[in-house]
Design a protein around this ligand. Structure first.
Ligand code: 6PG
Length: 236
């Protein structure tokens, strides 16, 4: 586990969006300067939407930016639950390359995971950034307990993504997922969290304390992170 975890506290999501969008902009600019392109994985869910809207206003060479969802719900493109649809609405008009990772018309989540992994393998690794969110149940990306949990945490290092069936299904989006694996997440050049509310703060603090023995997926992921990480937390 990293020994450098820095918490950044904000009163609300607007304040968090302003600060975090600035940090992500800096990561993208540095990657473009160093390697000519930036590849970042962004979480879905609702919390980071203001961050993305703010980031999209940044003057960046968006054509050099590739964005993949850190995880995806297995639903058709355009579905309100689709993470890449939300991300695409915000960043495609800027000229960024936004990559869907779930094949259309799939009912086999394992096969969807293999195809997401194949797509991910074509990106330039390590990713410049993985921006994670977290549920109050302690899941991050789409690493949830269930039949694929061990594979998500302990699969081969070179497997970047996999299909996963949460058990139990999370009520806010009760569908199978594809997700970056723990190995894919921890290999990134930078890892940040964006979370809101006291309940998530408590879960994340507990998960950090528990580390590898945590009942929360996020604790198990963090246990393998070696680089310093930033946690951006807004009270509301
Ligand atoms: C997903 C997400 C997931 C998300 C958390 C928090 O597709 O489910 O990527 O990991 O970050 O569920 O979501 P909220 O921000 O909506 O609470």
């Amino acid at each position: 586990m990293t020994d450098e975890i820095e918490w950044w506290d904000y009163e609300d999501t607007t304040e968090m969006a302003n600060a975090l969008a600035g940090d992500i902009q800096f990561i993208i600019e540095s990657a473009i300067e160093a390697r000519g392109a930036a590849v970042i994985a962004l979480s879905g869910g609702k919390t980071p939407i203001p961050v993305y809207e703010k980031l999209a206003q940044a003057k960046l060479d968006w054509k050099r930016v590739t964005i993949v969802p850190a995880d995806e719900r297995i639903v058709p493109l355009g579905d309100p639950l689709s993470n890449v649809t939300m991300i695409g609405k915000i960043f495609l008009p800027k000229g960024a390359r936004v990559m869907p990772i779930v094949p259309q018309a799939t009912s086999d989540y394992k096969a969807a995971g293999r195809s997401a992994d194949a797509l991910m393998q074509e990106l330039h690794w390590p990713l410049d950034l993985v921006l994670l969110g977290m549920g109050t149940d302690g899941h991050t990306a789409s690493i949830f307990p269930g039949p694929d949990y061990d594979e998500a945490l302990n699969g081969p290092k070179e497997r970047r993504a996999l299909g996963l069936m949460p058990d139990p299904l999370p009520p806010e989006a009760p569908v199978a997922r594809v997700t970056l694996s723990r190995a894919g997440i921890v290999s990134a050049r930078s890892i940040m969290f964006a979370i809101s509310g006291p309940a998530k703060k408590k879960v994340l603090e507990d998960a950090i304390k528990e580390g590898a023995s945590s009942p929360y997926p996020v604790g198990r992921v963090l246990a393998e992170v070696e680089l310093p990480i930033d946690i951006h937390w807004s009270e509301q």
